[in-house]
Design a protein around this ligand. Structure first.
Ligand SMILES: NC(=O)C1=CN([C@@H]2O[C@H](COP(=O)(O)OP(=O)(O)OC[C@H]3O[C@@H](n4cnc5c(N)ncnc54)[C@H](OP(=O)(O)O)[C@@H]3O)[C@@H](O)[C@H]2O)C=CC1
Ligand SMILES: O=CCS(=O)(=O)O
Length: 252
């Protein structure tokens, strides 16, 4: 079995940590994201360890996704693991105060983008057969309603159900599918969500012990390297210092 991982959103957070974790184990890397300078920097850091191919890619652009997958150099063509990680939350305000564009961007990225990349790589992954895997980044936000979660949580509920449904269709191909659902994890996620509000970022992750990007990369790597007959359908991971709250009640 080849060991080639295709990572979306490799320029930050979980995606970048995955690049390092898979490189540590000798996997060849296909690293994608929109920020070219970050891809170049990562490639420079990792290329002495393992073969690295980078491609600037906005997952929302289905034609660009097809082009990048179709133009993979020979040595990177037989992808065995897809980490569908690119994603974002925007607009943490109440639904009624949010711009429609922000909802659309979350849907285009977290839903359409993930579908675009999956569709483009499915023939390759099926060609690899037993041991191949698709690892989708869902979220606890898929299951836990909270204020300001509106479309973000709904996109992650899509990721969960799409992952389960793919399992059904891929039965017999050997290709595994996992929805990984992290809770509070310190990355650039909250800076993106708040439009760069450092104080909110610091408050959210301060005075507690959030997950790190490396914690999640370790789980992704574990799922990808299980024996070929084992499929983890869903893996929900929270920091010990996070749990659920209660119901909110409007009173007179
Ligand atoms: N941090 C958290 O608490 C949690 C995060 N998640 C999910 O994990 C995934 C990774 O998030 P995380 O690492 O935390 O956040 P980061 O903001 O640190 O990283 C997000 C990555 O997604 C990429 N990305 C965003 N939009 C696009 C796009 N249109 N095309 C291609 N790449 C894109 C960014 O790259 P670039 O801008 O260069 O394109 C970046 O590399 C997301 O799907 C997120 O929803 C799930 C649960 C918890
Ligand atoms: O997906 C991110 C985790 S949370 O912000 O919704 O808790």
């Amino acid at each position: 079995m080849n060991r080639i991982v295709f990572i979306t959103g490799a320029t930050s957070g979980f995606g970048r940590a995955c690049a390092w974790r898979f490189a540590e184990a000798g996997w060849s890397l296909v690293l994608t994201g929109r920020r070219e300078e970050r891809l170049t920097e990562l490639q420079a850091q990792l290329k002495d360890k393992v073969p690295v191919h980078t491609a600037v890619l906005d997952v929302r652009d289905s034609q660009a996704v097809k082009q990048v997958v179709g133009a993979l150099p020979e040595a990177f063509r037989d992808v065995t693991c897809l980490v569908n990680n690119a994603g974002l939350a925007l607009a943490p305000q109440p639904a009624q105060a949010v711009d429609l564009d922000d909802w659309q961007t979350m849907i285009d990225t977290n839903v359409s983008g993930l579908v675009n990349v999956t569709h483009a790589l499915l023939p390759t992954l099926i060609g690899q057969g037993a041991g191949a895997s698709i690892i989708n980044l869902g979220s606890v936000a898929a299951d836990t309603p909270y204020p300001g979660n509106h479309v973000y949580g709904a996109t992650k509920a899509f990721v969960r159900q799409f992952s389960y449904n793919l399992r059904c269709d891929l039965l017999g191909t050997g290709v595994r599918v996992t929805d990984i659902a992290p809770g509070l994890a310190e990355t650039e996620f909250t800076l993106v969500r708040t439009g760069g509000d450092r104080a909110t970022h610091d408050k959210l992750y301060g005075s507690t012990t959030p997950l790190t990007a490396e914690d999640i990369a370790e789980q992704i790597f574990h799922v990808a390297t299980l024996p070929a007959h084992v499929n983890i359908n869903r893996l929900e991971v929270m920091p010990v210092r996070q749990a659920w709250g209660g119901f909110a009640i409007d009173r007179d």
